[in-house]
Ligand binder design. Structure first.
Ligand SMILES: Cc1cc2nc3c(=O)[nH]c(=O)nc-3n(C[C@H](O)[C@H](O)[C@H](O)COP(=O)(O)OP(=O)(O)OC[C@H]3O[C@@H](n4cnc5c(N)ncnc54)[C@H](O)[C@@H]3O)c2cc1C
Length: 460
């Protein structure tokens, strides 16, 4: 393998939205940065699992996710790869942000390389070497075999806390009562959907869409529709024995390209995303359910008669798995109460959104209009490893809080902050837990981030 002995300031393991934004944040803050990614492109769930749209950048009318993640959308919009932030016609949150998958892959790569960041694709973390309370190197597995990479600071952006787990950092998993995680979903990308026919059907059948609370005209407020419902059609299909997937509604989102929708309806229960054998079975169950959903849509849902299932992605969608046990664990109660922290580094206006680990049903705790929760830096650092920062959906949060902070705009904002913190730790020769948070917040604001630091409670 070329350049095996190169030393980096910051190595980011995992190039999902949080890892990409961490790397861009670190590189723009002056750190020599490398992203190590198992696939051949960036974006993680957004590009590998077909997740979309990004939701939500807003809390009420305020755009609380800005910075490099906001810039990503501005760039995509200018290139016609996203319609930007549009009204959420499901009535669930404030805005949704559709995008084009190939555009996303390219733009993330461009933003990273323009910032001076480097990429190593098709490289999977295999093990971690520690020296006392520090990671000294990581071993990766590539087509060339096993090799080591070194950096001053490492960022775990694997979503599954793989780096943390290998480094011996304490982790938890799933619901506190029984360890059950939110279900996985095999996302489906369908082309050739007649959206006008879908819109007409929705307007003529309001009782199919209880979430819209009778106001089906909401769907005309946006250039792309997002819709959850078809509950009567679903009941009919279930009665006829046409499918087995455990879902209470059909949920789909129109993508950037006309006639393309992302269907979020399969529900794969009881598998473990951290166990490769279990994950393999989940992929197979996901594809089986996807075919059922495809058949169901064509048979029962107007507009899907000539649709084509074009994509289920290289990997199934994983909502949650391991969480690190960090200096602070954000709780569902903190999220609901909108608890403030002096070391806040990101916000979110997204509701707590729990797809039931037990079967049908999706629980929501909707925030009061325009309010947002605060994510402290202490959720990104731990007491065992002094040169590792965690970003993304595996930061230190409990099951309920994770369901509120896990969506992609927020994960991008958390990533950017983690990347800047890593660069500061390198430049100041500090342990990541001792990074000057004031400096971090200052650089975050200079990089265009949004921070609201009013009413915080002092550090415990
Ligand atoms: C079914 C489903 C629907 C969702 N719907 C939405 C939605 O509509 N809108 C929204 O905004 N969010 C949605 N989410 C949530 C969102 O997709 C994720 O929470 C978010 O993408 C997490 O970002 P991340 O960067 O933390 O992790 P990921 O996106 O999981 O990225 C992790 C990256 O690390 C890489 N990686 C992992 N392990 C290793 C390793 N050992 N070595 C090397 N590389 C590795 C992966 O390939 C990946 O690129 C959904 C999630 C799911 C699963």
């Amino acid at each position: 393998m070329s350049e095996p002995h190169k030393m980096y300031d910051v190595i980011v393991v995992g190039g999902g939205i949080s890892g990409a934004m961490a790397a861009i944040g670190a590189a723009r803050a002056g750190a020599k940065t490398l992203v190590v990614e198992q696939y051949g492109f960036l974006g993680g769930m957004l590009t590998a699992a077909g997740v979309g749209p990004m939701m939500t950048f807003h809390a009420g009318d305020e755009q609380v996710i800005q910075g490099t993640t906001g810039e990503l959308i501005d760039r995509l919009e200018k290139k016609g790869r996203s319609p930007g932030h549009i009204y959420d016609t499901t009535g669930f949150t404030y805005t949704v942000t559709p995008f084009d998958v190939e555009g996303m892959k390219m733009e993330l790569e461009l933003m990273l390389t323009e910032a001076g960041g480097e990429l190593l694709y098709h490289a999977m973390l295999a093990s971690v070497q520690t020296d006392g309370n520090k990671i000294s190197a990581i071993t990766i597995c590539t087509k060339a075999g096993l090799s080591q990479l070194r950096a001053k600071v490492f960022i775990d952006a694997t979503g599954d806390a793989d780096l943390a787990m290998h480094a011996g950092v304490k982790c938890t998993k799933g619901r506190e009562s029984d360890g059950a995680c939110q279900p996985m979903t095999m996302k489906m990308r369908m082309m050739n959907v007649d959206i006008q026919e879908v819109r007409d059907y929705i307007k003529n059948n309001p009782d199919e869409f209880p979430r819209l609370e009778g106001d089906v005209n909401k769907i005309d407020k946006a250039s792309r529709i997002s819709i959850g419902g078809f509950v009567k059609s679903l009941a009919k299909g279930r009665e006829a024995g046409d499918f087995t997937f455990p879902r209470e509604d059909i949920l789909f989102f129109e993508a950037n390209t006309r006639g393309e929708v992302i269907v979020n309806t399969t529900r794969i229960l009881g598998y473990d995303a951290n166990d490769p054998w279990s994950l393999s079975l989940a992929e197979m169950e996901g594809r089986k359910q996807a075919l059922e959903v495809d058949r169901f849509l064509k048979k029962y849902i107007p507009g899907f008669g000539n649709s084509v299932l074009v994509y289920t992605g290289p990997q199934i969608g994983v909502r949650s798995s391991r969480q690190i046990k960090g200096r602070y664990t954000l709780t569902g109660q903190d999220v609901v109460e909108r608890k403030s922290f002096p070391d806040t580094i990101a916000h979110t206006g997204y509701p707590i959104d729990i797809h039931s680990p037990d079967g049908e049903g999706t629980d929501h705790v909707k925030p009061e209009w325009g309010t947002f929760c605060n994510i402290p830096y202490r959720c990104l650092v731990n007491d065992q490893i002094s040169n590792m920062i965690t970003v993304g959906r595996c930061i230190s949060v409990d099951f309920e809080a994770q369901a509120g902070i896990r969506t992609t705009p927020t994960m991008g904002a958390v990533g950017q902050a983690g990347g800047i913190a890593a660069a500061i730790a390198v430049q100041d020769g500090a342990a990541v837990g001792d990074v000057d948070v004031g400096k971090l917040q200052e650089i975050l604001l200079k990089q265009g981030g949004f921070l609201c630091l009013k009413n915080f409670q002092p550090l415990e």
